[in-house]
Design a protein around this ligand. Structure first.
Ligand code: NAD
Length: 499
């Protein structure tokens, strides 16, 4: 019988009551391994009821005590790392080693949030006028929500929830319906770590649950990660309902290879960042930009040789470089886009469409594909493919290479490989994207800096994790106090100034 998953509300797993379900696949075999309940608006309301009830007492605990809960949670997740990674891998299809990275990058933000007593310190100005001091404090918003994508089912929920609950908020998570089991297990571990029931809730679901979150008056802020069109919808709908919103979208990340770069290093970087996790990463490199013809020729030789050596296997195969995609729809979309690229005249140097894994013929596998001579007018350049496909766009010179990511509608990450510090510095300063790597192919910033893309890769004005996350999940209150001790000025009818 197919396993039936639940929601997590009020500190425990609860069965869905809407009668509506979605399938969770095993991408290695193509079989449906579980059914996930889709929450009705009433079920979302029930989660918010519990969150609203639990939040004031949680916020009233001192920050050090809140941090200690997160510290215990870190320990519990680390103790379960192997089984959690296998669970993640079984629903997503990324390799177990990569699944551990997914969990670990989430835990790094939990570690950051353990510094909450320090991070919540306000500002103080003494004697700004006679007997007048001004101070500010950061207070939690109340109940906040996160809506997250399939491709990092541990990392992104933790990027959102850890700072939010550290700040004293209660959190309602609507994870991806494609791989909901790890978020449910994390919810149990939060409670085991001492988080009061109701402070972290999981409602599974589709657009119905999302719309209920967006229109629920008690939810003060929404953090979203997913594709750009949905990000834009979430941002505008949340704002129209008076909520704070930060919504991160899709990407088309370029890696510029300058003529002076170490080409073996650049080729290895392109292979890892282009095909790791079957290209299902928002920071995957999907466009390689060699500068000048000799660089392009030499780089292509190295790429072809490496792409042909890639090993595709099940997500549990320790020798596999990458595993299956997440759903049959994802496979079909990538296949279709490869076909579009061929029709548009790009040169498909390696074609991964016919790859079959013996013994797993119904799994959602695709081989690695490599396009050369891609141009900016092609759909395969403009759209996010989100699969194991790397496109090479040959640039005549540095100016053209800089223009490509700068003018692209997405602006998540970009990278330059060069030995020239001057070129790297000028590129980092001028390129129009949110995150830049210099000889680093996937420039995901460390937890105590912030993560966020520009243009259609990010809607809203504060980034994820790092100091911005504390700003996003708190509101600032500023107190002006005066202790006049004998001062008698009489009534004043003009606005107070510092004159
Ligand atoms: P998605 O947009 O399909 O889904 C994201 C979330 O939105 C899910 O929880 C889903 O249930 C919900 N959703 C889907 N359709 C909806 C609708 N019509 N109305 C309301 N809610 C809806 O994204 P995905 O396929 O799960 O994830 C892949 C995408 O996420 C890629 O575009 C990738 O680049 C992006 N991503 C971006 C970042 C980033 O930080 N910029 C990080 C990871 C993934």
């Amino acid at each position: 019988m197919t396993n039936e998953l639940e929601h997590f509300i009020g500190g425990k797993r609860v069965a869905g009551t809407s009668g509506s379900f979605g399938d969770v696949f095993d991408p290695n075999t193509g079989e449906v391994q579980a059914r996930v309940p889709f929450a009705s608006a009433d079920e979302v309301t029930a989660a918010v009821d519990d969150a609203a009830k639990a939040q004031p007492a949680w916020a009233a605990q001192n920050p050090q005590k809140r941090a200690r809960v997160l510290m215990r949670f870190l320990q519990l997740v680390n103790d379960e790392m192997d089984s959690l990674a296998r669970l993640l891998s079984s629903e997503h299809g990324k390799t177990v080693a990569d699944a551990k990275g997914d969990i670990q990058r989430g835990l790094e933000v939990v570690e950051f949030a353990c510094g909450i007593p320090h991070l919540l310190k306000g500002e103080y100005s003494e004697s700004v006028g006679t007997g007048i001091d001004v101070y500010s404090m950061r207070q939690p918003l109340g109940v906040v929500a996160g809506i997250t994508p399939f491709n990092f089912p541990a990392m992104i929920p933790l990027w959102k929830a850890a700072p939010a609950i550290a700040c004293g908020n209660a959190f309602v998570l609507k994870p991806s319906e494609r791989d909901p089991s790890v978020p449910l297990r994390l919810a149990e571990l939060f409670v085991e770590a001492g988080l009061p029931p109701g402070v972290f809730n999981v409602v599974n679901g589709d657009k119905t649950a999302v719309d209920a979150i967006l229109t629920e008056p008690r939810i003060e802020a929404v953090g979203f990660v997913g594709s750009s069109s949905i990000a834009e919808y979430i941002y505008s709908t949340a704002a129209a309902h008076g909520k704070r919103a930060q919504c991160f979208g899709g990407a088309k990340n370029h890696l510029i290879v300058m003529p002076d770069a170490d080409l073996d290093q650049a080729a290895d970087a392109l292979i890892g960042a282009g095909y790791g996790s079957a290209g299902e990463r928002c920071m995957a490199i999907s466009v390689a930009v060699p500068v000048g013809e000799p660089t392009a020729q030499a780089l292509m030789e190295k790429l072809v040789e490496r792409v042909n050596r890639l090993k595709i296997g099940t997500s549990f195969d320790e020798s596999a470089d990458f595993g299956p995609l997440v759903t049959p729809q994802a496979v079909q979309r990538v296949r279709d886009l490869i076909g579009v690229g061929v029709e548009e005249g790009a040169e498909l140097v390696v074609d991964g469409r016919d790859f079959r894994l013996e013994g797993h013929e119904n799994g959602f596998f695709l081989g690695a594909s490599l396009f050369d001579h891609v141009t900016p007018d092609m759909r395969i350049y403009q759209e996010e493919i989100f699969g194991p496909v790397l496109s090479v766009v040959r640039a005549a010179d540095y100016d053209e290479a800089l223009r490509l990511p700068t003018e692209h509608e997405y602006g998540n990450g970009v990278s330059i490989f060069t030995r020239d510090g001057d070129a790297a510095r000028e590129f980092a300063a001028r390129v129009n994207t949110g995150m830049v790597g210099v000889n680093v192919p996937i420039p995901v910033p460390i937890a105590y800096h912030t993560f966020g893309g520009w243009k259609r890769s990010g809607f809203g004005d504060l980034n994820q994790h790092g100091p911005d996350s504390i700003r996003f999940y708190t509101k600032t209150k500023t107190v002006t106090s005066r202790w006049p001790s004998g001062l008698k000025e009489g009534a004043s009818f003009t606005i107070p100034t510092m004159h």
